[in-house]
Ligand binder design. Structure first.
Ligand code: GLU
Length: 423
């Protein structure tokens, strides 16, 4: 139950998040009077985004920016352009950012934004107008010390460049630190684009070792082959694993022997997605969930692993590249079946970690080499996953609950030590 008048008790991502908080609450007895802080966003802004389309007509889009928690520092989190974006989803995504930044001990709170739009249906000029108008509508609540957006599903460095430029125009000077994931020559960081996929691989590699799952010849299945899924999959192939199945918005392909990655890259350069790739056979979207695999990487949207799919999944290890891909009931089934799940708030935190490095570099106007960035990223992620693993062993709980224990302890301690204004 949400106890919030503006949110329905439907089966959305926010309800998944609340169920996760319910699972961690028994471990936070000493901070229990602050738990409700986690169950409501600090601030939620809904904006109308009208734009003039290329044909001269005017269209209105619904935009959001939710700041779930600012207790540990400025808000941090991406901006999603997708036709299914709504308040429920953006609230959940913002809350997962709060948990994620705290799990990695980055000095940020959690926020998220989005526009309910199919970006593929807009021209480049329309996309630019949409981004600039949305930025202008949320500009009073973002800023390098307030809330720092970044890319998410449907947005990219190009879009971040427009956000930086629009915000800067309003301020009268260039403010690179207002957004991360920018193009490198606009104050972006080397290594940022590949960082999320890299983090999925690094945390996956560590946990595979712990559960004694050899990567050599391991069968990897990936859902979503964008920035995150593709980079993680390629790194697994470098570690001698095989990509056996991929599902994206164009279809599902399967090759139990492992796909030829060079041919796959070539295919993706020339096509919209994996459909039609000749080194694999097309299978139905339902079949994808039952193929033989060792490692499963959901790297698309939330709410993909249902109870039924969890029951049939053959993977031993699930690496959550996406935010919120697993329903709470499915999570319990996977745990009961002995499937190890590396939760999103750790697994896909490589992106926000390099976003943090980008913000630090922008503040200092001093930029690091890609090697230095990757070294620091690997070190932070390895420490985070080891701390989570150890906590899970001590408390005899899932890696998700362990990550939440560590993160919520940090968030609620900050809340407690700051006190409730006006006291
Ligand atoms: N959208 C990414 C995420 O969900 C990155 C956020 C960021 O870099 O601030 O973690």
């Amino acid at each position: 139950m949400s106890n919030l008048s503006y949110i329905n008790d439907n089966d959305g991502a926010w309800q998944t998040y609340l169920a996760q908080i319910d699972r961690v609450a028994p471990y936070l007895e000493h901070l229990k009077e602050y738990i409700d802080t986690l169950k409501r966003p600090k601030r939620a802004l809904i904006v109308d985004v009208p734009i003039v389309m290329d044909d001269g007509s005017i269209r209105h889009f619904e935009g959001y920016r939710v700041q779930h928690s600012l207790s540990r520092g400025p808000g941090k989190g991406g901006i999603r352009y997708h036709p299914d974006v709504d308040l429920n989803e953006v609230m959940a995504l913002s809350a997962w950012m709060t948990i994620k930044t705290a799990a990695l001990n980055l000095p940020f709170g959690g926020a998220k934004g989005g526009i309910r739009v199919d970006p593929r249906s807009l021209s480049l000029r329309e996309l630019e107008r949409l981004t600039r108008r949305y930025t202008s509508e949320i500009s009073h609540i973002i800023g390098p010390q307030k809330d720092i957006p970044a890319p998410d599903v449907g947005t990219n460095p190009h879009v971040m460049g427009w956000i930086m430029d629009t915000y800067s125009s309003g301020q009268g000077h260039t403010v690179t630190g207002v957004v991360t994931g920018k193009p490198v020559h606009l104050g972006g960081s080397l290594g940022r684009i590949k960082a999320t996929g890299r983090g999925v691989f690094i945390t996956g590699q560590q946990v595979a070792q712990k559960i004694q799952l050899p990567l050599k010849d391991a069968k990897v299945a990936v859902q979503g082959f964008g920035n995150v899924g593709s980079e993680a999959a390629y790194l697994f192939v470098q570690a001698q694993a095989k990509i056996v199945a991929i599902q994206d918005h164009t279809g599902t392909i399967y090759n139990p022997e492992g796909m030829n990655v060079d041919a796959l890259k070539l295919h993706l350069e020339q096509h919209q997605g994996v459909a039609g790739f000749t080194d694999a056979k097309a299978i139905s979207n339902d079949e994808f969930w039952t193929v033989e695999m060792d490692i499963f990487i959901p790297a698309a949207l939330e709410g993909q692993i249902t109870a039924e799919r969890a029951q049939n999944l053959t993977a031993k290890l699930v690496l959550e590249g996406a935010n919120g891909p697993t329903y709470p009931q499915a999570d319990d089934i996977l745990t009961q079946r002995g499937v190890t799940v590396v939760p999103d708030v750790i697994c896909n935190a490589g992106g926000v970690t390099v976003s943090y490095f980008e913000w630090v570099q922008d503040m200092a106007s001093f930029f690091w080499s890609e090697e230095e960035i990757n070294q620091r990223l690997d070190a932070l992620m390895i420490k985070a996953i080891h701390d989570v693993w150890q906590t899970a062993e001590e408390k005899v709980c899932s890696l998700r609950t362990a990550a939440y224990i560590l993160a919520c302890e940090r968030i609620l301690r900050a809340r407690k030590e700051r006190g409730i204004f006006p006291g």
